[in-house]
Design a protein around this ligand. Sequence first.
Ligand code: C5P
Length: 211
Amino acid sequence: MIIAVDGPAASGKGTIAKALARHYALPHLDTGLLYRAVGMAVLEAGGDPASPEDALEAARQLASALDDPGLKSEAAGRAASLVSAHPAVRAVLLDRQKHFAGQPGGAVLDGRDIGTVIAPHADAKLFVTASAETRAARRHAELVGMGLDVHLDAVLHDIRARDERDSARSAAPLRMADDAVALDTTDLTIEQSVAAAIAIVAGRGRHAAND
Ligand code: C5P
């Protein structure tokens, strides 16, 4: 079974995808980490994430380690959002993601374009959302928990800018697949969100239009 989990930054999609992977004993890929790794590599090389040439070179040379905690930083997220707008960068990362989705037994992938581009034939598709204010508050609490001194307003501003960039770009914009089921986690706890996601997948996770 292939499960596609898409949604904007800090919507809870990563937590939900991890929980679904555990529940169904499937491998999980957080595809945002690929873009974050490319973005960080560009920054570390002294390049500009907005430059298609710099970003493409980093994508081509991407090392496979995705467990660097630095990838979770806001700087990496911002750089990821910039490099991910370049179609050539997306093309380089496409095979790797499709290959992961196509492994025997299936997989859970989370990102922005899993249900629309990477795994359009996924067995279940979720589109996880939450209000920008709620997402900013969650991300803020996470960053403060990491010992960082950040302001809620700055985090909200960053989330809105990232939403705008991810939705407005022409290459694989953030968009809910026609056959995805929306899950709004604004007023849900993590436990409630995970339970709702499992219920959607158990119900096959696609709209009746496909039946
Ligand atoms: O999900 P996460 O916040 O880690 O993603 C970081 C950035 O990578 C996003 O803002 C988005 O621009 C990009 N991304 C993407 N396609 C994906 C996953 C992430 O464009 N499948």
